[in-house]
Ligand binder design. Structure first.
Ligand code: G3P
Length: 496
């Protein structure tokens, strides 16, 4: 029987499982959405049990679809929504609380306190991140402070913390393995990206006992073996990476300067910066791209919270369209110079502004403005936000001559990808396999079991489906973009 790899992609709104064959072609896909909980303004939670049950469901379903047995799977790769924070009992595996999701802003006041007390320079120096509720550390502290007896039990060494990868690994191995990988660890605010160890200073600042923390491994490693009765066979878990880092691998961005951008709910642009962490002067994040055989490759990341979600809002909130698929023809008809700007700062602005108080707005409305213009402005907002990130990366000294590699649900829209090339003024490549996140996890597991030889072997498999070249005069590009910067200035509570 030919070898197969099962990639688990546990995302923010759905759990997915994809089986890849030995040539890294997707064979079958299964997906299940699960419930989002919004208990208070700015709070976002998931039920960890639903994360687990939906993951199991899609794993079983994808095996069925591919007509394979669990014993036909050579290895599992896990990729996941990052930063989302879970806490459970080491003995029983029982979760103490819903998972606090990466988008959750409940620790905003505590983050302000930390900043005002002057801690940000140390935090950035050690972790590569900023003080923001986005990351796991302040969420974990919140759980310890707010769940009955949690701190006491944590101090007694009776609890375990994990991001979603760690939690799934724990459950898959029947509670035997408490591990994570360096890419997920680098998003917790507790990991020192230079020493590649949990950071004592951060643990002390946040009041986190080290007994809670998982062992940090390379991204391709012997993480553990599934308990035979969970999926029907004992399968090695051989690869783990956070979803944006997995997409970097799936897009084969293995050389310094190569950059990918993933358009899902949000947009995450990640640039490989090689073996040296670049410290951003423009409020980008310095993070672990991947760690293989003990060698860390670093990345610069720009995170935008609303990309595809803006189109969802046009569809479900404003009901201007019925399907996202309609937007391409509308934008073609409208063209790129309708003068309307939509700033989708629904939950504030992410990189490079990090302004939680900014709110969305639409500017430039005239008597002629109709649905098509507003929809086009929504699509353009994704391109302008990407330009904000790329400019910040270039200002940080990133030297990229490579085309931007794009993936995610939105990039099926040809108008968007062409507009992206036009606004960035750089070529944009769309790959043949757009399931790059799951593919990255499969590559990591495949590397570990010897199915793929090395990163060069993987890089050779990457194929461009369509290359988009910039086709807009520079003066027009800059005029359009300056209108965006003006709109950003107006939605911010502080002058840019
Ligand atoms: O940092 C958050 C990111 O990992 C979430 O990704 O694709 O689940 O929205 P996604």
């Amino acid at each position: 029987m030919a070898q197969h790899i099962l990639a688990i992609d546990q995302g923010t709104t759905s759990s997915r499982a994809i089986i890849f064959d030995a040539q890294a072609n997707p064979v079958a896909v299964s997906q299940a959405e699960f419930k989002q909980y919004f208990p208070q303004d700015g709070w976002v939670e998931h039920d960890g049990e639903e994360i687990w049950s939906s993951t199991l469901d899609v794993c079983r379903d994808v095996l069925h679809k591919a007509q394979l047995q669990a014993s036909d799977i050579s290895a599992i790769g896990i990729t996941n929504q990052r930063e989302t924070t879970l806490l459970w009992d080491a003995e029983t595996g029982e979760l103490l609380h819903h998972a606090i999701v990466w988008q959750d802003r409940r620790t905003a006041d505590y983050c302000t306190e930390l900043k005002e007390a002057g801690h940000e320079a140390m935090v950035t120096a050690n972790t590569g991140l900023l003080i923001d509720p986005y990351f796991s550390g302040t969420k974990l502290r919140w759980l310890l402070d707010n769940v009955d007896s949690a701190r006491e039990r944590a101090d007694q060494g009776k609890l375990r913390f994990g991001t979603v990868d760690t939690f799934l690994l724990w459950r898959l191995t029947g509670g035997k393995v408490h591990r994570t990988d360096a890419s997920n660890a680098s998003r917790t605010l507790m990991f020192n990206i230079h020493t590649q160890q949990w950071d004592e200073q951060m643990l002390e600042l946040l009041g986190i006992p080290s007994s809670l923390l998982p062992e940090v491994m390379d991204c391709a490693a012997e993480f553990g073996t599934t308990e035979a009765d969970v999926l029907g066979a004992a399968i090695p878990v051989a690869g783990i990476a956070g979803d944006q880092q997995a997409a970097l691998i799936g897009q084969a961005c293995f050389k310094a300067g190569m950059v990918k951008s993933t358009y899902g709910t949000g947009c995450f642009m990640v640039m490989n910066t090689g073996d040296k962490p670049i410290r951003s002067e423009h409020r980008l994040l310095t993070t672990v791209g991947y760690r293989l055989k003990g060698k860390t490759t670093y990345a610069l990341e720009g995170s935008i919270f609303v990309a595809g979600a803006a189109i969802q809002w046009l569809r479900d909130g404003l009901k201007l369209i019925q399907h996202a698929g309609e937007t391409e023809a509308m934008a073609e008809e409208t063209g790129d110079q309708c003068g309307v700007y939509l700033v989708p700062a629904f939950t504030g602005l992410g990189a490079p502004y990090w302004d939680p108080k900014a709110r969305g707005a639409i500017f430039g409305l005239t008597r002629d403005t109709g649905i098509a213009e507003i929809v086009t402005a929504g699509l353009q907002s994704v391109c302008f936000q990407t330009r904000d990130l790329l400019d910040a990366m270039i200002a940080d000294g990133a030297n990229s001559t490579a085309a931007l590699r794009v993936d995610g649900g939105m990039v099926v829209n040809n108008w968007v990808v062409q507009a992206l090339a036009n606004i960035l003024g750089v070529p944009v490549d769309r790959p043949q396999v757009t399931e790059t996140t799951a593919l990255g996890a499969a590559y990591l597991a495949g590397l570990q079991i010897g199915l793929f030889k090395d990163l060069d072997d993987i890089a050779q498999r990457w194929q461009c489906e369509r290359a988009f070249s910039p086709a807009m005069p520079e003066a027009k590009r800059e005029q359009l973009y300056s209108g965006w910067l003006d709109a950003i200035r107006r939605v911010r509570d502080v002058p840019v």
